[in-house]
Ligand binder design. Structure first.
Ligand SMILES: Nc1nc2c(ncn2[C@@H]2O[C@H](COP(=O)(O)OP(=O)(O)OP(=O)(O)O)[C@@H](O)[C@H]2O)c(=O)[nH]1
Ligand SMILES: [Mg+2]
Length: 202
């Protein structure tokens, strides 16, 4: 499929590939990275901003509406996978169990998965569920990168201090947390380069 929309950084010609409810429905690829985080943290917005396509991934107005494993292709056989958000409180218990099985199945079932980007809200900081996710990823030795989203919501005078606080809450130094705003575009060039390197696009 040819989009004709050109290249944004090194994440070229991005397009939607497929949605799945189970890892077994996914085919093989050369390399992939995944975005995880609580519902409404800005995963789909980041994917849109990274690839320069405003409507590539649906940005939900109602939290928790992206309930599927959504696969996007960028470059030859490279995937960016937008996973459903956690912490959507009003779902029934059975639904959150299904969510856990779906996410865990995906994260453990993809030998081509190079790294997981865990998105936390810059102003809210890491929630209990964020910490659980990060602990779990560390336990299964999955390479992970934390990105703090919606950095534009933090007052200009508090940016540096907030970045240190968010990182410290995760036991990390400030530079270990990508500090990004999909709305303003800040931090995105660096993140694009990181993704491109992980996906072997250079
Ligand atoms: N101020 C600000 N708002 C943002 C930013 N990124 C996303 N948002 C807003 O946050 C809300 C949720 O964004 P989504 O991208 O849909 O979040 P998501 O993580 O994909 O949510 P689910 O798919 O429900 O898990 C939307 O109203 C976005 O416009 C940002 O960088 N700055
Ligand atoms: Mg989403």
């Amino acid at each position: 499929m040819k989009s004709g929309r050109g290249t944004i950084g090194r994440l070229s010609d991005p397009r939607f590939l497929t949605s799945a409810t189970d890892v077994s429905q996914l085919g093989a690829c050369h390399a992939e990275v995944a975005l995880v985080g609580r519902s409404n943290v800005g995963k789909s917005s980041l994917l849109n901003a990274l690839t320069g396509q405003a409507q590539l991934a649906r940005v939900s107005r109602t939290p928790g509406r992206t309930r599927l494993i959504n696969v996007f292709v960028t470059g030859p056989d490279r995937w960016i996978v937008d996973l459903p958000g956690y912490g959507y409180a009003s779902g029934p218990r059975a639904e959150s169990d299904a969510w856990g099985a779906m996410i865990e199945g995906y994260l453990l079932g993809r030998p081509t998965l190079r790294a997981v980007f865990v998105l936390v809200d810059a102003e809210v900081g890491p929630t209990r569920l964020d910490l659980q996710m990060i602990d779990w990823l560390r336990r299964v030795r999955m390479p992970l990168r934390v990105a703090a989203t919606k950095a534009d919501q933090v007052k200009p005078g508090r940016q540096a201090a907030r970045r240190r606080e968010v990182a410290a809450a995760l036991g990390l130094g400030p530079d270990a947390v990508a500090w990004i705003s999909s709305r303003k575009g800040s931090g995105l060039p660096e993140l694009r380069n990181e993704l491109a390197a992980l996906l072997e696009l250079r």
